[in-house]
Design a protein. Structure first.
Length: 119
C-alpha cells in the first residue's frame, strides 16, 4: 500500500513541476519553445484554463498522497520517547589500566618482575 502511494506521489511531484514550468508567465516560458508561441500550441487562449485545472488537480493529488504517506509512516514507527530509553543498559566507563614498569637492564622483557620479600 505504501509503495503504491509513494509511486503516485512521485509521479504527482514530477507532473506538478512540469505543469508549473509549462504555464505561461510574464516573460518567455517553456511552452513558447514548443512551437514558437503559446497561442499556436494550445489554441487562442494559450491553454490557461487547461493548465490551471491540471495544476489544481495535480496539487490536490500531491497533498492527498502526502497526508496518506504521513499517516502510514506514523503507524509503522514509534518515537524513542514513547517507548522509553530502557532498551540499552547504562554501563560505567572503563577504568584506565596502569602502564607496565620497564624491565631492569639484566632482566628479559617477558619475565615477571621480582616481588619484594614479605616481612
Amino acid at each position: 500500500m505504501s509503495n503504491l502511494v509513494s509511486v503516485v506521489h512521485i509521479i504527482a511531484c514530477v507532473l506538478l513541476v512540469l505543469v508549473v514550468l509549462i504555464q505561461s508567465g510574464k516573460g518567455a516560458e517553456i511552452s513558447a519553445s514548443f512551437a514558437g508561441s503559446s497561442q499556436t500550441v494550445f489554441g487562442s487562449s494559450g491553454g490557461a484554463n487547461f493548465f490551471t485545472r491540471f495544476t489544481a488537480a495535480t496539487a490536490t493529488i500531491f497533498m492527498i498522497t502526502s497526508i496518506v504517506l504521513t499517516i502510514l509512516s506514523g503507524q509503522a514507527k514509534k518515537s524513542i520517547f514513547e517507548t522509553g530509553a530502557q532498551s540499552a543498559p547504562i554501563t560505567a566507563p572503563a577504568q584506565p589500566t596502569t602502564p607496565a614498569q620497564p624491565a631492569a637492564p639484566g632482566q628479559p622483557q617477558n619475565a615477571a618482575p621480582a616481588q619484594a620479600p614479605q616481612q
